[in-house]
Write a protein that binds this ligand. Structure first.
Ligand code: AMP
Length: 382
């Protein structure tokens, strides 16, 4: 296996462009190359590719388009409006009771969503997004949504064009600080399994959301082979779709895949070939991941701080430390991104997985390191 471009913390990383690599299977991770059509380019060259083409990747590339597809497919989701002009956007905003939800239409690395109890803040956010000041072109169209209540659920699915299979349910923590305070981030931690999400909920989401979405995509001529991450709210009216990502989102992937017991490459190859037959299998044990971020994240992350204790954390039992934003400076590890490490612990239950993760976190440090101390804390009784 080889990873490109990867980073110095990933074994077998290269900087060769994917087009020049000779592989049996190409798995495209991030959303930007998918939206830009890398899967189409590789498929045109006869390669076996796990990842949607630019047409399917539009589900993540434009929230307004995603909402249209959901509507067409009859998938329950928040009421919304999409706007490029300030006045109609604010008029719609004022019809909503609040809290208010304002999203960039385009890609914003998970940071383009504001959920607020202040209509003034929402108003200012709409103006900042539409003017291009906040997120450049990604914000020149906004989606304003009805606020949904309920626990969140992340369901990572694998699709082969017509069928979706679900991986183990996970829940992530989007806000920066303990107690769900602070701004939305790309995700500060996650855990799996989710005690209140049994096979019945997963089956309902597949039947009422994923399958109809795939059918609506097929009707539009989209052959969707790749990961489809469903972000849902489990409201009192049933599960409602909040967003789709066209890849395995993090930090959920860092708790779902450590529990995966099958042959992952074989599963992804089946999906890429349009003939998914395997059923994903998972370890009974639980996984908890804690994200370690730099000072200033998410607004102005500082980089270049020396990371201490990484090898010590690696050596702990039941722990995997995933390197996200790291670089080498001589023989030292330094921070090179907002979210730097994902520290995953495994255990017989959520409490022991959580203890393993936080033990490893306490071995790691750098100036200004920030993380949440309450990841999965409410679920340790399970
Ligand atoms: P998104 O990138 O669309 O998933 O939004 C990021 C996060 O914002 C979600 O994980 C939710 O925590 C929150 N969020 C998004 N849309 C809504 C909504 N309609 N109601 C409540 N919270 C939301």
């Amino acid at each position: 296996m080889v990873v490109t471009p990867g980073n110095p913390g990933i074994p077998d990383a290269t900087s060769e462009p994917p087009q020049t690599l000779d592989a049996d299977l190409y798995v495209i991770g991030p959303e930007t190359p998918l939206v830009e059509g890398l899967a189409d380019e590789l498929r045109a060259a006869g390669k076996l590719v796990f990842g949607p083409g630019a047409d399917g990747a539009h589900l993540e590339g434009s929230k307004a388009w995603m909402k249209e597809v959901l509507k067409e497919a009859g998938v329950p989701t928040a009421a919304y409006g999409a706007f490029t002009e300030l006045e109609p956007a604010l008029a719609f905003l004022r019809t909503l009771p609040g809290p208010w939800v304002v999203k960039t239409d385009g890609l914003a690395a998970g940071k383009g969503v504001l959920v607020t109890h202040s209509v003034d803040e929402a108003t200012a956010d709409v103006a900042a997004k539409l003017s291009g000041a906040a997120f450049g072109d990604a914000g020149r169209r906004v989606v304003i949504e009805e606020w949904l209540d309920g626990p969140e659920l992340s369901l990572l699915c694998v699709c082969d064009g017509w069928r979706a299979v679900a991986l183990a349910p996970a829940q992530d923590f989007k806000r920066l600080a303990d107690g769900d305070a602070g701004p939305n981030t790309g995700g500060m931690g996650a855990y799996s399994p989710v005690p209140f999400v049994g096979p019945d909920v997963v089956a309902e989401v597949l039947e009422r959301a994923l399958q109809p979405t795939l059918a609506a995509l097929t009707a539009r001529g989209v052959d969707y082979r790749g990961a489809l991450y469903a972000g849902l709210m489990l409201t009192s009216d049933g599960p409602k779709m909040v967003e789709y990502n066209v890849r395995f989102g993090d930090p959920e992937a860092q708790v779902v895949f450590p529990r995966y017991t099958g042959d992952l490459a074989a599963l992804l190859a089946e999906a890429a070939a349009g003939e998914l037959i395997s059923e994903p299998q998972f370890d009974e044990r639980a996984a908890v991941t804690v994200v370690l971020a730099t000072e200033g994240y998410p607004l102005q992350p500082r980089t270049g701080d020396v990371i201490e204790g990484l090898e010590k954390a690696d050596a702990l039992p039941d722990v995997t430390v995933f390197r996200a934003g790291v670089a080498r400076d001589g023989d030292q590890w330094v921070t090179a991104g907002g979210r730097v490490l994902n520290v995953t612990g495994m255990g017989d239950d959520i409490a022991s997985a959580r203890a393993a993760a936080y033990d490893a976190v306490s071995a790691i440090s750098w100036p200004g390191m920030q993380y949440r101390t309450d990841i999965a804390a409410a679920h340790t009784a399970s």
